[in-house]
Design a protein around this ligand. Structure first.
Ligand SMILES: NC(=O)c1ccc[n+]([C@@H]2O[C@H](COP(=O)([O-])OP(=O)(O)OC[C@H]3O[C@@H](n4cnc5c(N)ncnc54)[C@H](O)[C@@H]3O)[C@@H](O)[C@H]2O)c1
Length: 306
């Protein structure tokens, strides 16, 4: 029988039940815990859903925050079925009062807050500096950046009062590199890295660690909904060193580590979760250093580069 219990759905890339419950006794707030559902029965999940499910498996009591109640209900059903514990808070995290209310609901239900994972993020308006609409820019910056500050504003006091905690913010490799077709998305994701480092410095001596994850081209329903062709999907996979497609579970596993006491000596970092995409520039037509022919797909040599 599946270790996750009878009736468990097959979710693509699902790592299963962890051996150690690294978040036992912790209360974790996950924003964006709903995630867009897959259009097809493909079993792929978004970053917030995978994070919330994995945190519950690791023993945390999870507060599922999302503006889409229906999407977050689906996350709660999975956690319930697996015997985990979660409550759902419908909230728009771009609204200061709603962020305060979400943290109050967590305190009422569970008496404290140990972990905050800010997953909410939107692609935002298209366009370069000449084209982008300034009002749409402001709205998207509020969702992608200001929301993380407002959630922290209300989560930090109870964390500090209890002796500390951990915050994990979701950025993107687009925040580390140029080349994204729009200006808003990479700018907001770079800002997430800046706020992570600044908050890590502000709150270190209060026992709060603040880190961020920069996911690469993970395949989530949000990505699939943008009309991904099999060819483009394959090209994204081959744009990494490992030539392996990532899933939201890869992001969730990194978040669980950074939120856990196993990362007690880690704060202020940006952790790329990207199959090595930002570690090296793939040069399809460059000569190989061993004098062999160039790799036809830009990937590592057949011997794995050893
Ligand atoms: N999918 C990728 O390839 C990828 C890569 C790098 C980074 N990321 C980041 O990961 C995060 C999640 O991505 P995803 O692919 O799972 O997307 P998704 O669209 O499935 O999930 C985003 C969730 O946030 C919620 N949300 C949006 N605005 C909100 C608001 N104002 N208040 C409350 N909830 C709100 C949505 O309802 C949704 O449930 C984003 O920050 C995204 O930038 C994704």
């Amino acid at each position: 029988m599946d270790a996750r219990g009878p009736g468990a759905e097959a979710l693509v890339g699902d790592p299963g039940v962890p051996q150690a419950r690294r978040l036992a006794g912790k209360v974790a707030i996950v924003s964006g815990a709903g995630s867009r559902p897959a259009d097809t029965e493909s079993g792929i999940v978004g970053n917030g859903k995978a994070t919330a499910i994995l945190f519950a498996r690791e023993g945390a009591r999870v507060v599922l925050v999302d503006q889409r109640r229906d999407w977050a209900e689906q996350t709660r059903r999975i956690i319930d079925r697996e015997g985990g514990e979660a409550i759902l808070v419908e909230a728009d995290v771009s609204d200061d009062g709603s962020c305060g209310e979400a943290i109050r609901r967590a305190l009422d239900a569970y008496g404290g807050v140990d972990i905050l994972v800010n997953v909410v993020g939107v692609t935002g308006p298209a366009g370069n500096a000449i084209e982008v609409d300034p009002d749409a820019w402001d709205r998207a910056m509020r969702v992608n950046v200001t929301s993380m500050v407002m959630m922290a504003k209300y989560a930090l006091p109870p964390m500090i009062a209890a002796g500390g905690g951990a915050i994990v913010n979701v950025s993107s490799v687009s925040g580390l590199l140029g080349g994204h077709p729009s200006l808003l998305y990479p700018t907001s994701k770079t800002a997430v890295i800046g706020l992570t480092r600044s908050m890590a410095a502000h709150h270190a001596l209060q026992g709060v660690r603040v880190n961020c994850i920069a996911p690469g081209t993970v395949y989530t329903p949000m990505v699939a909904s943008r009309g991904m062709t099999p060819e483009l999907r394959d090209a994204r996979r081959k744009g990494t060193l490992l030539h392996v497609e990532g899933t939201a579970w890869d992001v969730a596993l990194a978040a669980a580590f950074l939120a856990s006491d196993a990362a007690r000596w880690i704060t202020g970092i940006v952790l790329p979760v990207d199959a090595g995409a930002t570690a090296a520039r793939l040069q399809a037509l460059s000569p190989r250093s061993d004098g062999g022919p160039p790799d036809d797909d830009g990937g590592p040599p057949d011997d794995g580069g050893a």
